[in-house]
Design a protein around this ligand. Sequence first.
Ligand code: NAD
Length: 480
Amino acid sequence: MNMTTLAPELSLVRNDIDRIFDLQKSNQFNTGSSTASERIAKLKKLKVAINDSFNQEIKEAVFKDLRKHETEVQLSEILPVVGAINFAISNLRQWMRDKPVKTPISLFGFSHKIKQEAKGVVLIIAPWNFPVNLSLMPLVSAIAAGNAIVVKPSENTPNSSKVIKKIISTIYQENEVAVIEGGVEETTLLLNKPFNHIFFTGSPAIGKIVMKAASNYLASVSLELGGKNPTVIDSTADVKKAAARIAWSKSVNNGQICIAPDYVFVHADKKDEFVQAYKSQLKNMFGNDVSQSDSYGRIVNKKHFNRLNSVLTDALEQGADLTLGGERDEYQNFFAPTILSNVPHGAKIWEEEIFGPILPLKTFEDLNEVIEYINKDEKPLACYLYSTSNKNIKAFSNKTRSGALAINYSATHYTNPNLPFGGSNNSGIGKANGYFGFKAFSNAKAIQRHWFFFDSLKLIYPPYNDSKSKLASLLTKWFA
Ligand code: NAD
């Protein structure tokens, strides 16, 4: 973008960004040196806001953006953030405490410790699929770590973005936390500022743009990305339970979840049982006509509806079988839960993350074929294996690589704050949640102190001579 010829509205945004960035830069040592009690007080304000004062407004906003049932909003947008706040409040004193480390004997006279120092002024860029959750979960970690923070929610969920801005401007000063709304142009302006850390959640393609921008001023990055999450049901699995769990995790938020099962490899003997159980679970959750269920959400916008429509049409044109669903209504962005079988190699659906309720099925006889197939692709954010065979679980775990591996459930591992959350390479860089989120927004600073009484290092100061050469050899032999 040519920064000298900005449209008038963008010029205003740029002025706002410059002003907020300067305010936060001047305030960063206040937030950075805040005590655990002060940070906890900030987190409590956020908890009260989302649980009480703005709870209804959040539900209405997310309903307008994604037609999500208010119970689902409570479960998937509010509860995880409240959980993250409670977890941070319980653990923050321990996370912030300086950690003494051992000092080698060769450094006699020194002591050493690690201090978790705030990174400074940080930027959080959020996606639209869990617009509140994915803006506020990283915010909890960034506040816990003592940073000044700018949050950029997604332009694709404008109602949620507005309510996030309203909450934050009500409970925080701009010099501690501020929201800049907007899309590509506004984010590009933000990316021109020398933030100390950028926490980005979104697609791998945009993650690369963010990482490139960060390299201009060597900001550290957390990239929480997506990809295809392979799901495997072997011959030893409880297929009915597997199908029910997969149907649930592929339908919540209309399949627009970064950790939703992307495609399923089912053992050839179990395919029919799987399809029947999947159908029956859908009926339990959404009744006979899913389009009439108020528990079933919608695709976020026309662009994403058209994207899904195009991968489905392409697969069918290339000879795939429509095993279930396929109904859609472009006027409502409604897309029914859909299963495809026998999708030929080369169909578009195998190339990109589906991010919607279409589930391609593949059958297999030998788990090694599945492992080989998965390893040809980029490392997934999550792999799911449904199995009761320890041998298969061990083989799968040792021979595949991914951000997470979950056995016998899908899309729930992120709810344990004791686990790191994030991908590996194409599915992400860095980890989020709990202590891992706190660490992402902190610099582990090495602190060394000398106590003056005996300076052992003087023994190796120049000028060098034979005895110092001998000492150097001894040190290398015994103390290195
Ligand atoms: P996206 O990458 O299109 O957008 C994410 C953010 O980047 C938005 O705030 C957007 O405004 C901004 N953006 C878009 N284009 C930009 C550009 N050219 N320059 C600068 N900023 C830009 O992602 P999305 O469509 O909002 O979300 C879906 C993706 O996010 C999926 O790939 C999904 O797997 C991933 N995701 C990952 C996680 C995770 O925790 N790993 C969670 C949710 C979603």
